[in-house]
Each structure stands twice: as structure tokens, then as C-alpha cells.
Design a protein around this ligand. Sequence first.
Ligand SMILES: [Zn+2]
Length: 170
Amino acid sequence: MSMNSNLSHPYRYLFISFAIVFVGGMGYYLWRNKRKVLHINYRLFDSKDIPGSGDCMDRRLIRMLIALEKETQLPIFKWINSGARSPAHNARVGGVKNSSHLIPLCQAVDIHASTLEIQRKIAYTAKAIGFKRIGVGSNFIHLDIDEKKRQNITWGYPAGNRPPFNPFAS
Ligand SMILES: [Zn+2]
């Protein structure tokens, strides 16, 4: 006796319909999540001394970086110089004591930017996206979303120096 013989016609079609919707829905869900996972490699944000630590990165910051990459058409994720930092790593690279890069806050990134033109493009687009804190280094742009610090500010390096341009001026 097969299972089919117990299912009258209307139920059989109902069952098949549900099965198709369920399998299709699962497929769509997995496809979407795979795309999300594949897009972001959190290892790019690792503190150099702690493999896997880049997982701590603030997800709102990551979403803003995805928007930044889309808007600028620049390989922002390939150009991440620094994301998460352990206190030891932060000290080694000369970060400030209350750095927004520090684990577990993980709310800052440094993006390699080799020319003034690229720096300007990243900084002005970042401001348009909603970044409110922008540091301009000699060959990088620092962005953070630390709301405990002063907002709508641009600075140069060493920290406190005058930046070459200021998206928040005027
Ligand atoms: Zn930084």
C-alpha cells in the first residue's frame, strides 16, 4: 500500500503545492544568505594578532561600507588597512588609547587611499552616506560611527592636525 493511495486528489495537489512553495522558499532564503555571507569577508577586519577577531565589526558600519563601495565604485573592502584592534595591536600601530577600532567596540576602519583625489571621493561620499567622523591620513581615510565622540568632524594626522579638506565645512 503506497502513501499516494491514501491521498485523495485535492489533498495530493495541495500537498504538492505546499512542497513546491516550501522548497522554493528555502532555496531563495539560502541564496540570499549565501550572497550576504560571500560579500563580506570579516577576516579583512581582523586585528593582526587575533585571527577571526574581525567578526566583531559593527554591522551598521559594514552596511555603510557596502553603500560606500557601491557609490564610489572603488574596491573599499580590498583597501581596508585596519578594522578591529586588540589593545596590544592598537598600541603597536600608534592608535589613540580610546580608539574606536578597539575590540569589542569595533566601530572604525582605515581605508587605503593613495591619492588626494581618491581621499576626497571616499570622504565626501562617506559624509553623504551618513558618516559623521572622518580622519584624513597621508594615504588613508579613517571612518568611524562612534556616537560617544564628537560628531560632524574631520581631522588630519597626527590626530588633531588640520585636514587637507573638510566635508563638514560650509
Ligand atoms: Zn583609524
